[in-house]
Design a protein around this ligand. Structure first.
Ligand code: DGJ
Length: 722
C-alpha cells in the first residue's frame, strides 16, 4: 500500500512486513525517513525536527544543507558533496541540477521499463507504484522516481526516468537509487566477489568512514563483483537482525556501495557505472534507468535472501519453465571438450538415459571450423564431418532414445578466424585505431547495432526452427575492452555499453517469445553474468566452471545470498576434478549438486556400477525433492567460509517437509560432538527423521547430533512433520 499524508507530508510504502517512508520538506525536498520493520503508527509531523542545521556546507535549502540530509534522490552541483544519484552537463556547459518536488501519482500495478527487464506484477498481486516527479525549472528537466510495492513479497523496486524538455544535455551519471540509512551504531556491508571459477565468495566488512564501492566497468555484470550488496547491523546473523539487500536488474557495468557522511549517515547506492557511460538526451527524449530490488528482513541475512528468492523465481523469471520441473540433463563438455562426433554424443546419451536422465546437451565444437577455441565462433552452421546428419539429425537420434536435445551457443562473440569476422570486421566492439584485445581468442559482437542483433537472432533462430531443440545453453566468454562502435558518432560513443545491453535484451526477448518451449540457460564462463537482468529471460545460470564439490559449496552458498537454488545449474563431474585435481566421493558430488538444477558433466560409460547406482538414485532424489529445494524457504545454518561443516536447510512452503544438507569440508578423527540447530520449524509440532520422532523446539534449540569424523560424510536429511 502507498499513502501520502497531506498533513504530515509523509509518503509511506507498506508491504506485509515492512515500511519505507520519506517526507516532503518545505514542499521541495524528498527526505528519507525510514526503511525497516513494518510501522503500525503513522510517522508524526515532527519528523522535521530531526534535521538541525549544520555548519560549513552550502545551505542550499534554506536552513538546511543537503550535505547532511538523508535524501531520496541526490543531484550533483548543489550542497550535497557525497556520491550523487544524478549528474549531467547542460548545453551551456553548466553541471548543476536542482530538481524539486513537482507532483506525484499512485498507479495500480507496475508499469514496464521500456527496453529493460524488470520485476513484473501478475493479475491478483497486491502491487502499486508511486511515481514522484521532480522538476528542474531552469533546465526544463524532469526526474521521475518510481517505487513499486510488492506487498506479499515484502519487496520494493526502484527506478528512475529522466525526461528532457529543454536543450540537448548529456547525462553522465544516473543511478537507479540510493537509500540514506540512519545506521545502527555499527553497520556492515556485504558483497559477493571473485573471479573465473571462484564466483560470489562472501565478503563482509564494517562500514567505516568514506566510500566503499564494488563495480564492473567491463560491459557485463562480471565474475569480479556481483550486482548485489547488503547493509546490515554488525550483530546481524544469518537468522536474526536487520538486513537490507539491493539487487540490480541489469547485466552490464554497474556500481554499488556505501558512503558515510561526517554525521554517520550511510548512503547505499546502486546503478549503471558512470565510468564508460554517457547518454545524450535531446529535447523531448527520455532515459530510463534499470531497476533495483530492495529487500529488507529482520530475520537476518537468510530472511533477506528469502525475499529475493521469492521475487526472483516468481516475478523476475518469465516463461513456461518458471514454475514447472525442469530437466535432469547430461552435458558433454567435461567428457569430451571439443573432441566430439555424433557417435560419442549418442553413446553418452544412451548411458545417461539408463539412469533416468531426460536431456542430452551438446556443448561447444559442433559448428564451422570449431575444433578448438581459436576459430569458427560466429559461423553457426553445423560441421558435417562431425555431425553427418547435422543438428537436426542428431536431435532426432537423441529424441529417438526418448530424451530431449539441448544445444550450446555463444551468439554474442566471434573468433577473428571465422567467415563472419572476415565478412564484417566492423561488427565488433572496437575503438578506431586501437588493436582490439582478445580474450579466449575472441572478440565481442557489437550488439549496440541493429544489423548485428538481427544476425545473432537469425543465426540462433534458424537452428532452433529447423531442429527439435528443447534447451539452449547461451554462453558468453569475455568481458569488453577498447569499447566503441563503428556506427555511432563521437557524441554517442559513451553510450555503447548500455546500448549493447538494450540490444542483447531485445534479442533475448524476441527469441524467448518465438521459442516458448525452449529452456534457455545463461552461462558466461560459468557465472560471469549471473544477475536479475539475465534471469528475466533465462531462469537458470551455469553457476561456475568450477565443478569441484568442495569449492562449489562456497560458490553456491554465496550465490544464494540473492539468487534461489532454482536458478543454479549444478552438475556432477569426474574425479580427479578437472579444475582443482581433488577427488571426492561420488555421493558427495551428487549431494552438493542435487539442490540446484541438477545434471551430469562426465561420461557415465566410464563410471563403475556402484557409481552408476549412486548416479541413478541422485536423479530420483532430485526429482522427488526438487520442488522443496526450488520453491521452499532456505535457512543457511552454517557457512562454509567459517566452519568445517556447511549446513543448508530448506522448508517446503506448506512447512511439512524439511531438508537438511550437511557438507563437511575437513573432518577430524574422534571429532567433537556437534549439534545442528534447525530454524523456521513449527516449535509445537513433531518431526520424523529416519523413523524417530523429535519435537520442533528440540530440533531448533538443541539440534540434530552430527559427528564430523569421516572425510566427506555428506547427508541430505529428510524430516516430515507428524
Ligand atoms: C565456457 C562454459 O562455462 C563451459 O561450460 C563450456 O560451455 C565452454 N565455455 C565451452 O567453450
Amino acid at each position: 500500500m502507498i499513502t501520502f499524508n497531506e498533513k504530515t507530508k509523509v509518503f509511506t510504502l507498506s508491504t506485509n512486513k515492512t515500511s519505507y517512508a520519506f517526507g516532503l520538506l518545505d514542499d521541495k525536498l524528498l527526505v528519507h525517513l525510514y526503511w525497516g520493520k513494518k510501522l503500525t503508527n503513522e510517522i508524526n509531523e515532527n519528523w522535521k525536527d530531526e534535521f538541525c542545521s549544520r555548519s560549513h556546507s552550502p545551505f542550499d535549502y534554506g536552513e538546511y544543507s543537503t550535505n547532511f540530509m538523508p535524501l531520496e534522490y541526490s543531484q550533483y552541483g548543489g550542497g550535497d558533496s557525497r556520491i550523487c544519484d544524478f549528474s549531467a552537463v547542460y548545453s551551456d556547459g553548466s553541471r548543476v541540477t536542482k530538481a524539486d518536488f513537482k507532483n506525484y501519482e499512485i498507479i495500480d500495478g507496475k508499469p514496464e521499463i521500456e527496453g529493460l527487464p524488470s520485476v513484473y506484477a501478475e493479475k491478483g498481486d497486491k502491487v502499486s507504484t508511486l511515481a514522484v516527479t521532480l522538476f528542474d525549472k531552469l533546465k526544463n528537466l524532469e526526474i521521475i522516481l518510481y517505487y513499486s510495492v510488492f506487498e506479499e513479497f515484502d519487496a520494493i523496486t526502484r527506478s528512475v526516468k529522466i525526461v528532457n524538455n529543454g536543450e540537448t544535455m548529456r547525462i553522465n551519471s544516473v543511478l537507479s537509487g540510493s537509500v540514506d540509512f540512519f545506521g545502527a551504531p555499527k553497520s556492515d556491508i556485504i558483497h559477493l566477489d571473485g573471479t573465473w571459477a571462484r564466483e560470489r565468495f562472501v565478503t563482509r566488512n564494517e562500514i567505516a568512514g568514506g566510500n566503499t564501492s564494488i563495480q564492473s566497468n567491463v560491459g557485463v555484470s562480471s565474475h569480479f563483483y556481483n550486482p548485489f550488496i547488503a547493509v546490515c547491523d554488525s550483530d546481524t546473523t544469518e537468522l536474526c537482525g536487520n538486513a537490507y539487500g539491493f539487487g540490480f536488474v541489469y547485466s552490464g557495468s554497474f556500481i554499488a556501495g556505501t558512503e558515510v557522511n561526517a554525521y554517520g549517515t550511510i548512503r547505499a547506492y546502486m546503478g549503471i557505472n558512470p565510468r564508460e557511460f554517457e547518454w545524450v538526451l535531446q529535447n523531448g527524449e527520455s532515459f530510463s534507468s534499470p531497476e533495483i530490488i530492495l529487500s529488507y528482513s529482520n530475520e537476518g541475512l537468510s530472511g533477506m535472501s528469502r525475499v529475493f528468492h521469492n521475487v526472483i523465481r516468481n516475478r523476475v523469471s518469465k516463461g513456461k519453465y518458471r514454475d514447472i520441473e525442469r530437466f535432469a540433463l547430461i552435458n558433454n563438455w567435461e567428457a569430451t571438450y571439443f573432441d566430439i562426433n555424433e557417435e560419442k554424443i549418442v553413446n553418452i546419451a544412451k548411458k545417461a538415459k539408463e539412469i533416468g536422465i531426460d536431456t542430452m546437451v551438446l556443448d561447444d565444437g559442433w559448428f564451422g571450423t570449431r575444433s578448438n577455441d581459436k576459430s569458427g565462433l560466429g559461423d553457426w552452421v553445423e560441421n558435417k564431418d562431425r555431425l553427418p546428419g547435422g543438428i537436426k539429425g542428431l536431435a532426432e537420434k537423441i529424441n529417438g532414445l526418448g530424451m530431449n536435445f539441448g544445444l550450446w551457443f555463444e551468439p554474442e562473440m566471434v573468433n577473428p578466424d571465422s567467415d563472419l569476422y572476415r565478412a564484417h570486421p566492423d561488427w565488433i566492439i572496437h575503438t578506431k585505431g586501437r588493436t582490439p584485445s582478445q580474450i579466449r581468442n575472441q572478440l565481442t559482437l557489437d550488439l549496440s547495432r541493429k544489423d548485428v542483433c538481427e544476425y545473432v537472432e537469425n543465426a540462433v533462430g534458424n537452428i532452433l526452427e529447423n531442429a527439435n531443440v528443447s534447451y539452449v545453453k547461451w554462453d558468453m566468454n569475455r568481458t569488453m575492452s577498447e569499447v566503441g562502435s563503428a556506427l555511432l558518432d563521437a557524441e554517442h560513443q559513451g553510450e555503447v555499453m548500455h546500448r549493447y545491453m538494450l540490444g542483447l535484451y531485445s534479442v533475448l526477448g524476441n527469441l524467448t517469445k518465438r521459442f516458448p518451449n525452449v529452456l534457455f540457460e545463461a552461462c558466461a564462463s560459468g557465472g560471469g553474468r549471473y544477475d536479475c537482468g539475465i534471469l528475466q529471460f533465462m531462469p537458470q545460470v551455469w553457476t561456475s566452471d568450477d565443478t569441484d564439490a568442495v569449492e562449489r559449496i562456497k560458490i553456491q552458498y554465496g550465490t544464494s545470498f540473492i539468487y534461489p537454488y532454482s536458478s543454479m545449474g549444478c552438475h556432477v563431474s569426474a574425479c580427479p576434478n578437472h579444475q582443482i585435481g581433488r577427488t571426492t566421493p561420488f555421493d558427495y558430488r551428487c549431494n552438493v549438486a542435487i539442490p540446484g538444477q541438477f545434471g551430469y558433466e562426465l561420461d557415465l560409460n566410464k563410471c563403475t556400477d556402484e557409481e552408476l547406482q549412486i548416479a541413478k538414485k541422485a536423479v530420483e532424489d532430485y526429482r522427488r525433492l526438487g520442488e522443496i529445494f526450488h520453491k521452499g524457504d532456505l535457512y543457511r545454518i552454517s557457512s562454509p567460509f567459517d566452519s568445517d561443516v556447511s549446513v543448508n536447510e530448506f522448508i517446503s512452503k506448506d512447512k511439512n517437509t524439511v531438508l537438511v544438507c550437511i557438507y563437511p569440508k575437513t573432518s577430524i578423527v574422534a571429532a567433537k560432538d556437534t549439534y545442528i540447530k534447525l530454524a523456521g520449524l513449527d516449535e509445537t509440532a513433531s518431526y520424523e527423521l529416519d523413523g524417530k520422532i523429535y519435537g520442533g523446539d528440540y530440533l531448533m534449540n538443541k539440534g540434530i547430533w552430527y559427528c564430523n569424523d569421516f572425510e566427506y560424510k555428506s547427508k541430505i536429511l529428510e524430516l516430515n512433520k507428524k
